[in-house]
Design a protein around this ligand. Structure first.
Ligand SMILES: NC(=O)c1ccc[n+]([C@@H]2O[C@H](COP(=O)([O-])OP(=O)(O)OC[C@H]3O[C@@H](n4cnc5c(N)ncnc54)[C@H](O)[C@@H]3O)[C@@H](O)[C@H]2O)c1
Length: 343
């Protein structure tokens, strides 16, 4: 299991994507995004995606050297056609545009269709929170399938949802998760480690519960989180990231992801200092809660990612052997040298 310095891994990722056809800007944006996901401990949306993205480019499902285009624009709204380019590029542009509109008019909402995979979507609302806004992002995922609550068919995507709010520190509070019980990527990582899944994550192709991650890729499906409640939230993602973005819904959706990015300018509602003081007070109260049996502390969303970032920035990023081997194969094809590992 190699450990790699984050800057070395970023440079390698950039080189590999450029060799496969990405422009300098595309490669930089995607490489920074993927390695940031690894730094945050979200390995399901880190460099594990290099072979997948290269495969999508090779098969024409994702286009390189392309720019997202604004195809419709209002005072506080915009519609972006990502032209099947890298999702990280289009989602970042959507958030930046929503933030600009929110700064001018209090609220901004921007959709994206014809969009590649947007990765770890928690990256986007934090951009707004760092500029004293609330960020909210809904991302319709194309699949593989998630079952509706109580159903065996799997027409839904893992469709994640994320928000971020500023705090008194330079670390916004943010939440970032799929509306299925797990992202597909996490199941892929667990499979690559030879692990079994917890109960109530997966159904096999016959609709029977299973702990075998491979069952997902043999016609199985993931369950929604929180039973009927996660199911309902997932349907809101279908409506905003799917129907509103113009990408479609369920399994006839076009592209890998559809996005609805929202920014809310806090100062247009309450003084930013008052808002931050309230959020800090909320966090303090939560952390002060005596832990329940089986817990050692109470965290707030975002804590696990910030902690992991501090650790991995120092120790390097560990990539498991199976994932490293897949990345090597993709890099070899384009004559990109594998980076030096720490140990
Ligand atoms: N682009 C896509 O198509 C797509 C689709 C699905 C998921 N994803 C990404 O997959 C990643 C993983 O999703 P997931 O559903 O497996 O996430 P998850 O179930 O691991 O939940 C992560 C969230 O829970 C918070 N959290 C974890 N432990 C906590 C605790 N003890 N107390 C408080 N908060 C806690 C984290 O800070 C984070 O906000 C996300 O980054 C998501 O953006 C992307």
């Amino acid at each position: 299991m190699p450990s790699i310095d984050p800057s070395v891994l970023t440079k390698f990722t950039e080189d590999a994507l450029k060799a496969a056809g990405a422009s300098d800007d595309e490669a930089r944006t995607v490489a920074n995004h993927l390695v940031q996901a690894n730094l945050y401990g979200v390995d399901s949306h880190g460099v594990i995606r290099i072979p997948e993205y290269i495969d999508e480019v090779e098969h024409g499902r994702m286009k390189t050297k392309t720019s997202p285009k604004i195809v419709k624009e209002g005072k506080i709204t915009a519609v972006i056609d990502a032209q099947f380019g890298f999702g990280q590029v289009a989602a970042k542009m959507a958030m930046e545009l929503a933030m600009k509109k929110a700064k001018e008019h209090g609220i901004g909402g921007v959709t994206v269709h014809n969009c590649g995979h947007t990765g770890r979507i928690g990256a986007y609302p934090v951009m707004a929170a760092k500029e004293n806004m609330i960020g909210i992002v809904w991302v319709k995922g194309a699949g593989p399938g998630v079952s509706p609550y109580g159903g065996k068919a799997a027409p839904l995507g893992t469709s994640p949802f994320t928000w971020a709010v500023p705090t008194g520190s330079d670390e916004p509070m943010f939440a970032d998760y799929a509306t299925s019980v797990s992202s597909e990527g996490k199941i892929r990582v667990m499979m690559s480690k030879g692990m079994k899944l917890p109960p109530n994550w997966l159904l096999d192709k016959d609709g029977k519960p299973t702990d075998d991650p491979a069952a997902l890729y043999a016609g199985g499906s993931i369950l929604t989180f929180g039973a009927h409640k996660g199911y309902a939230l997932g349907l809101m993602v279908e409506a905003l990231g799917g129907a509103l973005s113009g990408g479609g819904v369920a399994d006839d959706f076009v592209g890998a992801n559809g996005v609805f990015a929202e920014a809310i300018n806090i100062e247009d509602f309450v003084p930013v200092s008052e808002f931050k003081a309230n959020i800090d007070r909320l966090i303090k109260k939560l952390r002060a809660s005596p832990p329940q049996e089986g817990f050692t502390e109470v965290m707030v969303p975002g804590d696990p990612e910030y902690r992991e970032e501090r650790k991995r920035s120092k120790d390097g990023i560990y990539v498991n052997d199976n994932i490293w081997s897949d990345i090597s194969k993709a890099a070899e094809k384009y004559h990109v040298a594998m980076p030096a590992t720490k140990h």
